[in-house]
Design a protein around this ligand. Structure first.
Ligand SMILES: [Zn+2]
Ligand SMILES: [Zn+2]
Length: 105
């Protein structure tokens, strides 16, 4: 099954035009950004429009991943997707896959 990156994209909109605001989105500002789900741990990954935060992209599963998973990939060169765990569960291989992951961490 082939999906484009965009089909996974959601959006985040923070509207502080009528609120005291926060450090990230001060009073009177709106913040809008594309949102991806990390393909490894399913956390949300916000794609900053100004790209001040580097994006992590896993070359093995060809999807965006979060910072923590990006750092892990950098260290282990292993693609740990959540689907791998789901598949392993169905095949009764969960313990084997978890043991393999632990040995790499
Ligand atoms: Zn992640
Ligand atoms: Zn991956």
């Amino acid at each position: 099954m082939i999906h484009s990156q965009r089909s996974f994209e959601g959006a985040i909109l923070i509207d502080h035009r009528a609120s005291p605001g926060t450090a990230d989105v001060p009073e009177g500002k709106m913040f809008e950004s594309a949102l991806h789900v990390c393909n490894h741990c399913q956390r949300n990954v916000i794609l900053n429009p100004d790209r001040s935060v580097p994006l992590y992209h896993c070359p093995k599963c060809q999807r965006y991943i979060c910072r923590a998973c990006g750092a892990l990939y950098h260290r282990t060169n292993e693609c740990f997707t959540i689907m791998e765990l789901v598949d392993a569960c169905g095949e009764g291989q969960l313990e084997a896959v978890l043991a393999k992951r632990r040995s790499l961490l």
